[in-house]
Design a protein around this ligand. Structure first.
Ligand code: NAP
Ligand code: MG
Length: 399
């Protein structure tokens, strides 16, 4: 068989633990037999990050900027226990955080739906995509544990030395303090990424914050979105028959639960973190959640939303059978290959991505699935639970 040719390399970011094992198996079983794969390879596995003092992560993110499209495997974000386990000289930062800071993007997460698994919310018929602003707020906050009685103030010093001062609270006892920030430039990028993604996928866009309570901070988000929508996207939205609408986060939660799905829900950083786990769990499984980071200048990084599935990896190391779900990681590959194909005008590469996704869905529709999913299907008689490799081979048969 003639393999499908590529023009521009994909930036390939390898990762850790169970997902690293799956990564190789996915390539061997589902991609390399069909595509003359061109990648620029970066090993973001923790040992290599340690060896390069995390330079490899920065290089990978810059390569993503250079070529435009990357596919990333899940990686360990070191904590104290990992520092010991991997004998690290430093607690290296989250690779995703580093990549996001360099690309300045928005993360879009959407579940993969199959007929046999009904969402916990019965009326959800189509995927709900969460667009998470991936910069600032509580993730870049400065915190202080107030030890005892005292006065807290907010102080801003302008470049010319002018001071703006505002009391926060007169503490009569111990307590806590937090200073958060965001930047207009980042909020603007967030808004552009969301409007463009809505246009690309022809879905309505919802945006929610708590601007009634946060009269400067959240209000700024709301106003920037509104201004950009009115000036730059309204006409295109109307032409496509899609809608942008803003509502309060508590109202949005109620509407989302009552909805049929099929729209994008843009959230601030923390809201997006929390809501994407809620939405993915209600749709079925974290292992079925796809994720793509879209930067305002049109760079894409595709990955699975879940982590390295450590518990399964330890079982794998002991030689035990593992049934880890590769769906979201496969869809990271298909997402990246499709985007590469679109950008380079390679119709057969786009078609390949479509066919691979269809083969995955067909396999699940045939009742062949990993254990995380088989447990969720109501009619157990129609289901065969398999291990990861058997699942990949079943997809390949259907390819
Ligand atoms: P996790 O790897 O997502 O796994 C949590 C649990 O969810 C698993 O133990 C498993 O449950 C289930 N699960 C997740 N993905 C699955 C899949 N593909 N197939 C079947 N079951 C799946 O989260 P974690 O255990 O909290 O984190 C592990 C490591 O991943 C950490 O070092 C963390 O830093 C890293 N992480 C990386 C990313 C990223 O790179 N984007 C994101 C999150 C976490 P059962 O064990 O019950 O089967
Ligand atoms: Mg989270």
């Amino acid at each position: 068989m003639q393999k499908i040719q590529m023009k521009t390399p994909l930036v390939e970011m390898d990762g850790d633990e169970m997902t690293r094992i799956l990564w190789q198996q996915i390539k061997d079983e589902l991609i390399l037999p069909f595509v003359d794969l061109k990648t620029e390879y970066y090993d973001l596995g923790l040992p290599e990050r340690e060896k390069t003092k995390d330079q490899v992560t920065i290089d990978a993110a810059n390569a993503n900027k250079k070529y435009g499209v990357a596919v990333k495997c899940a990686t360990i974000t070191p904590n104290k226990q990992r520092v010991e386990e991997y004998n690290l000289t430093e607690m290296w930062k989250s690779p995703n955080g580093t990549i996001r800071a360099i690309l300045d993007g928005t993360v879009f997460r959407a579940p993969i739906l199959i007929d046999s698994i009904k969402p916990a919310v019965r009326n959800w018929k189509k995927p709900i995509t969460i667009a998470r602003h991936a910069y600032g707020d509580v993730y870049k906050a400065t915190e202080y544990r107030v030890p005892a009685e005292g006065k807290a103030e907010l102080l801003f010093t302008a470049k010319d030395g002018t001071e703006w001062r505002q009391p926060i609270y007169d503490f009569e006892c111990a307590g806590v303090l937090q200073g958060q920030y965001n930047k207009d430039s980042s909020i603007r990028s967030f808004a552009h990424s969301c409007f463009q993604y809505a246009i690309n996928t022809k879905q309505d866009l919802w945006f929610s914050t708590k601007d009634t309570i946060s009269k400067q901070y959240d209000q700024t988000f709301k106003l920037i979105f509104e201004e950009i929508y009115q000036n730059e996207y309204k006409a295109e939205f109307e032409k496509l028959g899609i809608e942008y609408f803003y509502t309060l986060i508590d109202d949005a939660v109620a509407r989302v639960v009552r909805s049929k799905g099929g729209f994008i829900w843009a959230c601030k950083n923390y809201d997006g973190d929390v809501m994407s786990d809620m939405v993915s769990t209600a749709f079925g499984s974290l292992a079925m959640m796809t994720s793509v980071l879209v930067s305002p200048d049109g760079n894409y990084e595709y990955e699975a939303a879940h982590g390295t599935v450590t518990r399964h990896y330890y079982r794998y190391l002991k030689g035990e059978e593992t049934s880890t779900n590769p769906m979201a990681t496969i869809f990271a590959w298909t997402g990246a290959l499709r985007k590469r194909g679109e950008l380079d005008g390679l119709d057969d590469l786009v078609a390949f991505a479509d066919k691979l996704e269809a083969a995955c869905i067909k396999t699940l529709d045939d009742g062949i699935m990993t254990k995380d999913l088989s447990g969720l299907v109501e009619d157990k008689s129609a289901v065969k639970a398999v291990n990861s490799l058997e699942f990949l081979k079943a997809i390949r048969e259907r390819m």
